[in-house]
Each structure stands twice: as C-alpha cells, then as structure tokens.
Design a binder for this molecule. Structure first.
Ligand code: FMN
Length: 201
C-alpha cells in the first residue's frame, strides 16, 4: 500500500471482529516498524504495553467508559513512555557512532533534559504520538484498521498495568479487523485556517 492511500484511508474504526486473532509475528512486525519512528537523540522513551489478556482488557474497557474497541480489537497497545530514558545508559542511543562520539552525545542529552521535567514529558508525548501514527499506518499495510484512544481514566489504567512511577501513559491504539464502517469524516478545517505563513498576525 502506498503512503498516500494509507493516509487517506486510515480512519478511526470503533467496531472490530472480537474473534479475529492477530499473530505474535504480526504484532512484532507492527512494533518493529513503529520503533523506526523518530525520537529526540534516539532516546526511544516509548514502552509499548501489548495487552492481549482478556480479563485485563475487560477491566481496561471499564476504565475507558466501556468503549468496545478496547476488548473487541485484535490487540490493544498502550503507548507509555519512560521519563528516565534519557539518563538510563544514554551511551546506548548512539552506540554505532563509536565510544567517543556516543559519550559526547550522551552528555548532550543529559544537559538537555536534566532538571527539565516538563521537557522530558513533552518529548515523551511527542515521541509516542509519532509512534502512534506509524503504528496505525503500519497496521494499514498489514490489512488492519485501528483507533487511537485517549478517552480513559489514566490513573486507573496505570494501576491496572502496574505503570512505574517514572513512566507516563500517552494513549491507546487498538488494532483489528473492522465489522462496521468508520463514521463519516467530521470534515477538515479550511487549509487557510490551519496554515500560518511565516508568522502569526
Ligand atoms: C489523542 C486522541 C484521542 C482519541 N480518543 C478517542 C477515544 O477515546 N475514543 C474514540 O473512539 N476515538 C478517539 N480518538 C479518535 C478521534 O475521534 C478521531 O481521530 C477523529 O474523530 C478523526 O477521525 P478519523 O481518525 O477517522 O479521521 C482519539 C484520537 C486522538 C488523536
């Protein structure tokens, strides 16, 4: 599938076939493609919680206002991020550049993030947001549809998945085989409203 088709046909599907099983190999392929998304300094703060346990998904659905995608999609992926990723062996993030350069880059990461919790969080959300889009487009390539989700009780879901205290939950992406069409598009805003030429007035 070419990129334009994937972008144009990706929609938020909300009714999935609960009996369709996605294979581990397919999930691994989706995650491997998603992991090629960009992150600041290649820190890869994302931690993808792949939820297949039916009982757990029932609890998570309850924490998501009962939204059916949570249990009926073939897989629920919770995009979380490790806010400490930038300082956990940062030499790893440029290990192919050689020990000298990787040390220099690791220090620059530390200087950038140290004592700036707001930036650690912003960048975690940017990175997982980009990953979510890659994941949804990769799902199209594999013949699946998806729904991004933010409508859930973050604290309750955090407790259900034992979220570590230095991690955050960004969003869900549910992936499966749809049994109903997506809603008609809500309509995009006029391009003149969303594009600013050079600077705001
Ligand atoms: C951060 C975020 C949170 C969302 N949360 C939900 C949600 O909880 N439930 C849902 O059905 N759709 C959710 N959506 C999907 C949006 O409603 C959908 O993307 C939007 O209406 C545009 O439709 P489209 O994705 O089909 O183009 C969410 C989308 C985003 C980006």
């Amino acid at each position: 599938m070419n990129i334009t088709t994937a972008i144009e046909t990706r929609r938020s599907f909300r009714q999935f076939d609960p009996n369709h099983e996605i294979s581990e190999a397919e999930i691994e392929r989706l995650i491997a493609l998603t992991m090629l998304s960009p992150t600041p300094g290649n820190t890869q703060p994302w931690r993808f919680v792949v939820v297949r346990d039916a009982a757990l998904r029932n609890y998570i659905r309850a924490a998501a206002s009962g939204q059916a995608q949570v249990t009926d999609a073939s897989v629920l992926i919770i995009l979380t991020a490790d806010l400490s990723a930038w300082r956990t062996e940062p030499e790893r993030y440029a290990r192919t550049t050689g020990p000298e350069m990787s040390k220099i880059l690791a220090k620059s990461m530390t200087d950038f993030y140290k004592d700036r919790e707001w930036l650690q969080r912003d960048d975690a959300m940017k990175s997982t947001g980009l990953a979510a889009m890659t994941l949804m487009l990769a799902a199209k390539e594999l013949g699946y549809e998806s729904c991004p989700m933010g409508g859930f009780d973050i604290d309750a879901v955090g407790r259900l998945i034992n979220l570590p205290s230095d991690h955050v939950i960004s969003m869900f992406v549910t992936i499966g085989k749809p049994v109903a069409d997506a809603y008609p598009r809500g309509g995009q805003l006029p391009i003149e409203e969303v594009v600013v030429r050079d600077r705001f007035a």
